[in-house]
Design a protein around this ligand. Structure first.
Ligand code: ADP
Ligand code: ASP
Ligand code: MG
Length: 255
């Protein structure tokens, strides 16, 4: 089995078709290293808000389960477009929604938790040289209802997949070059951090740093999968989130 890398791209990173080509170049670089690449994408920037507002404009208290059916469609658009662009580059990409893989969650609609991920189908595809492009943020209950994982939930999809597939690393591509001492968009003097432990990252996330959904860090910590938070718009290394800085050199070898 080839070593596996999971690459997740957030809303701004897939915000336009042009940006999706930049996304594709990161995928292509890892694919050409003969790695098994699994891509996770969010909805295009602003789409999830638009869809939720649309639901709220329809009725006063939209039912949570139907709101999830609605909100989850943002990611469906992204997986189709990114897969098309990858195929145009000669990469055998294939889109997957949460229910197609079977990312099983509980039934807390709007804020569901992942219980189990069926990996057989994905592993078979990876072995055949296919790059699965997976919709973030969504899952399915055991009885087949669509769920979403809470705002920022694509991070959790990516990390949970990395754990389930025993990936060496989970890359989180976003619109800032890594984790900073404070939100770089609010505090211009904030400094980029080279390494942060799971524990410190959970603290930062609980204080409201939405750069990683806190649940994704909890899962990474439990399964000891390193996360690399980096910019879609540069090739510079970002920030490693892992257990101990002693592991940093080892992790850098697989970047
Ligand atoms: P994505 O759409 O890629 O998931 P998010 O908007 O969810 O991106 O998260 C990235 C944003 O997190 C950045 O644009 C930044 O404003 C914010 N952020 C908050 N705190 C931090 C921090 N400590 N380090 C880096 N980014 C932070
Ligand atoms: N599209 C979802 C959101 O806007 C999930 C994500 O971006 O991670 O919250
Ligand atoms: Mg996010």
């Amino acid at each position: 089995m080839r070593d596996i890398i999971v690459q997740k791209f957030g809303g701004t990173s897939v915000g336009t078709i042009e940006r999706m080509y930049k996304v594709a170049s990161h995928v292509e670089r890892e694919y050409r290293k003969r790695r098994g690449v699994v891509v996770v994408v969010s909805a295009m920037a602003g789409e999830t808000d638009r869809l939720l507002n649309l639901g709220k404009s329809a009725v006063e208290n939209p039912p949570e389960d139907e709101l999830d059916v609605l909100a989850s469609t943002g990611e469906q658009v992204s997986v189709a477009l990114v897969s098309m662009i990858l195929r145009a580059k000669g990469i055998k990409a294939k889109s997957f929604l949460g229910f197609q893989i079977r990312i099983i969650t509980d039934d807390r609609f709007g804020n569901a938790r992942i219980i189990e991920i069926e990996t057989e189908k994905l592993i078979k595809e990876i072995k055949n040289g296919v790059v699965p492009v997976v919709a973030g943020f969504q899952g399915v209950t055991r009885d087949g209802r669509i769920t979403t994982l809470g705002r920022g939930g694509s991070d959790t999809t990516a990390v949970a997949l990395a754990c389930a597939l025993k990936a060496g690393i989970c890359e989180i591509y976003t619109d800032v070059p890594g984790i900073f001492t404070a939100d770089p968009n609010l505090v211009p003097s904030a400094k980029k951090i080279e390494f942060i432990s799971y524990e410190e990252m959970m603290e930062l996330a609980s204080l409201g740093a939405k750069v990683l959904q806190i649940r994704s860090v909890e899962i990474a910590a439990r399964f000891k999968v390193p996360i690399h938070v980096r910019s879609t718009f540069s090739d510079e290394p970002g920030t490693i989130v892992a257990e101990n800085p002693k592991h940093l050199r080892e992790i850098q070898k697989i970047l």
